[in-house]
Design a protein around this ligand. Structure first.
Ligand code: FES
Length: 92
């Protein structure tokens, strides 16, 4: 079983210290490229070179782009990248 997850954030979410008091500021990953989930480790910096209108996939280490394709926008990509998207299954 595998899945693709579409993430558009290019930076972390800073937790309000009043909500979660800690010795240091806490940043949660929103880009999906951290190697220290759920915390940001700076891995999002690679996403700064991403171009609008392009959908990127990264290797398991989140360190290199493995493929790109035209971004289909709001609709999910189903199946192999580059293959025609399938409609979602009908509701029971
Ligand atoms: S937001 Fe994902 S590594 Fe920083």
């Amino acid at each position: 079983m595998a899945r693709l997850v579409r993430l558009e954030a290019t930076g972390p979410l800073k937790i309000n210290p009043a909500d979660f008091p800690q010795d240091k500021p806490v940043f949660l990953c929103r880009c999906g490229l951290s190697k220290n989930m759920p915390f940001c480790d700076g891995g999002h910096k690679i996403s700064r070179s991403e171009l609008p209108g392009v959908l990127y996939t990264y290797d398991n280490a989140g360190a290199a782009v493995t493929s790109t394709l035209a971004d289909p926008g709001c609709c999910p990509v189903v199946g192999t990248p580059g293959a025609a998207a399938s409609p979602p299954p009908a509701a029971p």
